[in-house]
Write a protein that binds this ligand. Sequence first.
Ligand SMILES: Nc1ncnc2c1ncn2[C@@H]1O[C@H](COP(=O)(O)OP(=O)(O)OP(=O)(O)O)[C@@H](O)[C@H]1O
Ligand SMILES: [Mg+2]
Length: 337
Amino acid sequence: MLLEVQDLKKHFPVRGGGLVRAVDGVSFAVDAGQTFALVGESGCGKTTIARLLLLLEKPTGGAIRFDGQDVLRLNRQGVQGYRRQVQAVFQDPSSSLNPRLKVRMLLAEPLLAHGFGGDRAALQHRLLELLEIVGLPPGALELYPHEFSGGQRQRIAVARALALQPKLIVLDEPTSALDVSIRAQIVNLLSDIQRSFGLAYVVIAHDLALVEHFSSAVGVMYLGAMAESGPSDAVFGAPRHPYTQALLGSAPRPDPDHQPAEGLIVGEIGSALAPPSGCRFHPRCPHAMPVCAQQAPAMLAMGGRDAGLAHLAACHLLGGGQATASAARWHEVATMP
Ligand SMILES: Nc1ncnc2c1ncn2[C@@H]1O[C@H](COP(=O)(O)OP(=O)(O)OP(=O)(O)O)[C@@H](O)[C@H]1O
Ligand SMILES: [Mg+2]
């Protein structure tokens, strides 16, 4: 595994007391060259995980291992090496790219900051190579970010992320700020780049149709916790957690033959400041049982493994904990076609 995240937590103290449990015990792993997608409603903790992975926040607890190394215990030099190998692309390239710098400087900056060894000609060669990879013409070097369209600006952000030949790019809603018509272009670009360079992605996205086609594995978050995770085929093809079922049911599907059986999600997402007891989804869950309010469900393997990655879900209906055989049978009946 390239990246292993274990029981990761980030609690923000709030003024007037209390803690926002933005991320509250999340685990997942990402193989080299693969795409892991994080999905879930607004406020469930996705960006906080991205910021933890990028070392922009210090976790409250848990572990991050990258290439077998404990990222949270790296020395200065180790952190610099990690920052070289783990890059980021954010939602809005207009705010992530310094508007006062020409593309030449935007792309040269990470190279120079990490001690690019070559001379002027080698640097120029590398800058042109980066532009070519993301499908921009050489003339782009002399322009400022505002002189490009949104899609082109995101291409510049991708080129900048690629400059140091990272092993992993964390993409937080990389297409959400773009016109629908150009989203597919950026997704295709990211797929091509992944194939060419064997890059791994952790991608945060609201667009489930995009996630389904773009990612090899997916993690479904609910209020700071992982509800379900596993190979995309398994999670999208046979979602086991009622939240995943509801989430998939509420998203428009491009394939009319693949209409989900489950209904829409009702009610408001709870507060990360005072998450519901037991299973955080229980106040909105159509299948909630008494135990769901009392005990947090464990992440259980759903059986069947794909490429070594287990399909996991945390739900009392699926067995384990206090869930009874009758509850499991009841679930079978409840989910019959
Ligand atoms: N610096 C902070 N201080 C206090 N609370 C924070 C901070 N950053 C995030 N939060 C809270 O943590 C929770 C998770 O936020 P986060 O931005 O990670 O969610 P998200 O899943 O990325 O949402 P969205 O889909 O809207 O981008 C939210 O309740 C948010 O208000
Ligand atoms: Mg976010």
